[in-house]
Design a protein around this ligand. Structure first.
Ligand code: HEM
Length: 462
């Protein structure tokens, strides 16, 4: 049944959201619309229209790099206001995208995770020290907040040799607050009403964006003054400052480096922390899955109180990795990406798209397409067993985006998250003391807001 505020064009519903855009978590509204109207519809907000899709057949077409490319949708154009021409928000044909991509790709190849592994273990220990104190006192931990502390410290240290020291005090580093406000500004700006004065809001945004820049300048200055990071290993910042592009022998320019550091600090931690928080939510709610994760980590680390996970250990945590795969299916932390047609074309043989016209992909609903079976809302890590994965179209699963603009940090995120999840499952029983009901909150990326758990240290008898 089509409600009165919709009309039909090209056989698709046009849904006008001007009066009803949900700013708390827009992706939830988009998911509702897919359930109600099907896997393709136009969304109109204050006269601006955009096509959204979620079905496997349409996303498979959009993934064809010959016909489509990344589009900076309105949300990313807003993020560009503070991340500039960093990798995430650069235009496809902007020379700085290709330069930075070429220079930084080697730093994200699977083999490079060897370099980051020791830092990831070191920061995981910080979290564990803090959680041990909560376990001893019987007080709950704030899961999304602590995951954010952990991932920020990891990307700060691993990428830039900069220590945010997030577990030192009660309060998070002010960078986090400023960054969350900038992302929220970028999201809320999408729902602006014509004729309203947003001057004060924009001024507050500019102050926050200026603060982010000042932190980044501090990170860069600390490096240029102090030389190589601990251990002398080249990290992302070292690469950016020193590596030159083979085409012209020049390094990245200073302004672009600043934009890349902001980009990596944001992209490198918000998404991974949301993913870890959702994974802990699922483990707390699915004791049988937690039990299997435990069997896996116990096989590796047994009764060792403080295991020293090696790089190779992380590769052995196959089921734990499946848990993360399934978590990213149901709640992909970056829940949408946007494509644009290279030439005028018909999508699915029926939806006309002009050259440059965008089409947004609602990832959580692609991940609930019928290809996922009769019960796509069910959390079931067996979907990521190797034989199940190889039987499925690669286009049914896109938590890291698609094509040449897909996530550069995928291996980094998965290594860090698998390591941490394994260590936590090995050490604690997770008690859902509050009978937590999922409350998804979005600041462009999503997280399970308000999730707290109490912890009990495991003993060998558990
Ligand atoms: C791009 C998701 C972790 C850095 C993307 C895109 C997605 C994504 C969907 C494509 C966006 C688009 O098409 O517009 C995720 C998820 C993560 C994660 C779900 C964690 C579970 C990371 C990490 C880093 C990172 C840890 C850095 C250390 C980037 C960058 C891009 C990107 C730089 C832009 C790449 C380009 O356009 O060249 N990510 N990401 N991400 N991600 Fe991630």
């Amino acid at each position: 049944v089509v409600p009165p505020h919709t009309e039909i064009r090209d056989g698709l519903p046009v849904v006008d959201l001007s009066a009803a855009l949900r700013t708390g978590a827009p992706v939830l509204g988009a998911m509702e619309r897919v359930r109600r109207f099907g896997p393709a519809f136009y969304q109109r907000v204050h006269g601006q229209e955009q096509l959204f899709v979620a079905g496997l057949d349409l996303v498979t077409e959009l993934a064809d790099e010959q016909r489509f490319a990344k589009s900076l949708g309105p949300a990313l154009l807003n993020v560009r206001e503070f991340a500039g021409d960093g990798l995430f928000t650069a235009f496809n044909d902007e020379p700085n995208w290709a330069r930075a991509h070429d220079l930084l790709m080697p730093a994200f190849a699977l083999g490079s995770m060897h370099t980051y592994h020791p830092v990831m273990v070191r920061v995981a220990r910080r979290l564990i020290d803090a959680w041990d104190r909560h376990a001893a006192a019987g007080t709950p931990v704030d899961v999304p907040e602590d995951m954010t502390r952990m991932t920020l410290d990891t990307i700060g240290l691993a990428g830039f040799g900069f220590d945010f020291g997030s577990f030192r005090g009660e309060r998070q580093h002010p960078f986090v607050g400023a960054m969350v406000r900038c992302l929220t500004w970028a999201m809320k700006r999408l729902a602006r009403r014509p004729g309203v004065d947003y001057g004060e809001v924009d001024e507050a945004f500019r102050a926050d964006a200026g603060y982010l820049t000042s932190v980044v300048d501090e990170v860069i200055a600390a490096r240029t003054a102090g030389g190589a990071p601990d251990g002398g290993v080249e990290d992302l910042l070292g690469l950016m400052l020193r590596a030159v592009h083979p085409s012209d022998g020049k390094p990245l320019d200073a302004r672009n480096i600043r934009n890349q550091v902001i980009t990596f600090l944001i992209a490198g931690h918000e998404t991974t922390s949301g993913t870890l928080a959702f994974a802990l939510y699922f483990l707390a709610k699915h004791p049988e899955v937690l039990h299997r994760v435990r069997r896996e980590v116990d096989e590796l680390w047994g009764d060792v109180v403080d295991p020293e996970p090696t790089y190779e250990d992380v590769g052995r945590l196959r089921y734990t990795r499946q848990v993360l795969g399934e978590t990213l299916r149901l709640w992909p932390a970056a829940p949408a990406f946007v494509r644009q047609a290279r030439e005028d074309t018909l999508l699915g043989g029926r939806i006309p798209l002009r050259a440059g016209q965008p089409a947004g992909v609602i990832i959580p609903m692609l991940h609930r397409d019928p290809v996922w079976g009769d019960n796509p809302d069910l959390f079931d890590p067996a979907r990521f067993a190797p034989e199940a994965e190889s039987a499925r179209s690669p286009h049914a699963y896109k938590p890291f985006g698609t094509g040449e603009r897909a996530c550069i940090g995928r291996q980094f995120a998965l290594h860090e998250a698998t390591l941490l999840l394994g260590l936590l499952a090995h050490r604690y029983r997770l008690i859902d003391h509050d009978q937590y009901e999922l409350n998804v909150r979005q600041t462009l990326t999503i997280k399970p807001d308000g999730l707290t758990l109490t912890l009990i240290r495991r003993t060998s008898a558990d």
